[in-house]
Ligand binder design. Structure first.
Ligand code: UGA
Length: 436
């Protein structure tokens, strides 16, 4: 099959490389000439484990190519994926569909054969209908079908998620769409990955419902963690205790500083907007968004508490370990670290930070924070050390060395990656999430 992927960002590039690895002939298209030039040189626009190797192998095998020309890229394609960004629209939180619709128009104007047009971008219910209208209005004489095929890739684990999915969701309105998509996903189909065929609007909603549900699960356990701290319970055991119930499930019950990233914050807001437009409020999601927003600054206050309170914090130094919204990515979007750093610097605290991949993108977001080259440089002379992201590099710090370098042995572990008894036995004052 020949596949065109319009948009060579995170989703487009990972999906394109994985489809090529399945044996399809894939062209990744992007308007950004410098991005395409760098891809030709084997330089990835994002940090994602295994991606450079996968792209390189498929380029060498001749199955993966790059171009800036949409007309050229979609020629002969059986399936044309739209994988461009749908950021939150400034001011109202609606998903901004400008890029999706512009691509749809360009596809219509350049369609040179029958093809299925697939929205992979996260788009609100009804977007497929509008894409179909735009294609019809373009006056194309070729047969086309518009299909929804949401992605469920986690940053940092995207290739595994693509190749071994929990499910594939395909929202199609006709046989042409269903047949082409079956052929596209045939390698996974043979592998017995579950494929759910449904209507296009349903498929669009599944994506938002999935992310909103996961955000709810995280927020629920975060509130339980706060309660654990008050009643003297242990949230790790609460997670285990409820997660062993198959109806609840153990995943996404890890309490922390609040969810961030490019998906949950944006998609929960967009779902609220859809619900509002259709006069069908989703009050649980409303609460989740509010609770998560306030949590991030509360985490900064938790670090201030470890310094003896906001009034004693001025002039003290904190080492922040981890800045990205989660490990194995350089993504800083809506990372809790931004609010934590802001709360600290607002209180007059001097902050030194280290992150294995995120410092370049973090620096402009936290201008008052000093970025350093390695964790121990941040720890030197610190009055408290706060772990904000659970990178593996922070899981086995040399506690003896930490104690020697820091001004005070105070550790605030916002990801619960240490055992309280061990850290306390090493002479630290230790606080974590939901188990004090
Ligand atoms: C999320 C979904 O997990 C993917 O299925 C989806 O495809 C993707 O959004 C998307 O819509 O594109 P991602 O944003 O990469 O993926 O990251 P997650 O691993 O889901 O983590 C999101 C946030 O939740 C992070 O800040 C993480 O630290 C936090 N989290 C996650 C917790 O605090 N506790 C948990 O138990 C799990």
């Amino acid at each position: 099959m020949k596949i065109a992927m319009v948009g060579s960002g995170y989703v487009g590039l990972v999906s394109g490389a994985c489809f090529a690895d399945f044996g399809h002939d894939v062209v990744c298209i992007d308007k950004d000439q410098s991005k395409i030039d760098r891809l030709h040189d084997g330089i990835m626009p994002i940090y994602e484990p295994g991606l450079a190797e996968l792209v390189g192998a498929n380029v060498r095998a001749g199955r993966l190519t790059f171009t800036t020309s949409l007309a050229e890229g979609i020629k002969d394609a059986d399936a044309i994926f739209i994988a461009v960004g749908t950021p939150s629209r400034r001011g109202d939180g609606h998903a901004d569909l400008t890029f999706v619709y512009a691509v749809a128009k360009e596809i219509g104007e350049n369609l040179a054969n029958d093809a299925v047009v697939v929205t992979k971008s996260t788009v609100p219910v009804g977007t497929g209908d509008e894409v179909e209208r735009i294609l019809k209005d373009s006056g194309t004489s070729h047969k086309f079908s518009v299909v929804s095929n949401p992605e469920f890739l986690r940053e940092g684990a995207a290739i595994g998620d693509f190749k071994r999915p929990d499910r594939i969701v395909i929202g199609a309105e006709d046989d042409f769409g269903r047949e082409v998509m079956s052929a596209v996903y045939r390698p996974l189909f043979l592998n017995e990955s579950p494929i759910l065929f449904t209507g296009r609007r349903t498929s669009e909603l599944i994506k938002y419902a999935a992310n909103a549900f996961l955000a709810t699960k995280i927020t629920f356990i975060n509130e339980m963690a706060d309660l654990c701290e008050k009643v003297g319970a242990d949230v790790q055991d609460v997670s285990r205790g409820i997660g062993m119930d198959g109806r609840i499930g153990a995943k996404f019950l890890h309490a922390g500083p609040g969810y961030g990233g490019s998906c949950f914050p944006k998609d929960t807001l967009a779902l609220l907007k859809t619900a509002e437009d259709y006069d069908s409020p989703t009050r649980i999601v409303e609460a989740v968004v509010k609770v998560n927003d306030t949590r991030k600054r509360a985490m900064g206050r938790k670090v201030l508490d470890a310094l003896g309170g906001a009034d004693k914090a001025r002039g003290k130094k904190v080492a922040l370990l981890g800045l990205t919204f989660k490990p194995n990515t350089d993504d800083m979007r809506d990372s809790p670290a931004i609010a934590v750093a802001q709360t600290l610097t607002d209180a007059g605290v001097e902050v030194a930070a280290f992150d294995p991949e995120g410092m370049e993108l973090a620096a402009p977001l936290m201008p008052e924070v000093t970025m350093v080259e390695e964790p121990y440089a941040a720890i030197k002379d610190a009055d408290a050390i706060a772990i904000v992201t659970e990178w593996d590099a922070f899981r086995a710090l040399d506690l003896g060395r930490v104690k020697e370098l820091a001004k005070a042995p105070v550790l605030v572990d916002l990801r619960n990656i240490y055992r309280p008894d061990e850290v306390r036995a090493a002479g630290f004052e230790y606080s974590s999430i939901g188990r004090n």
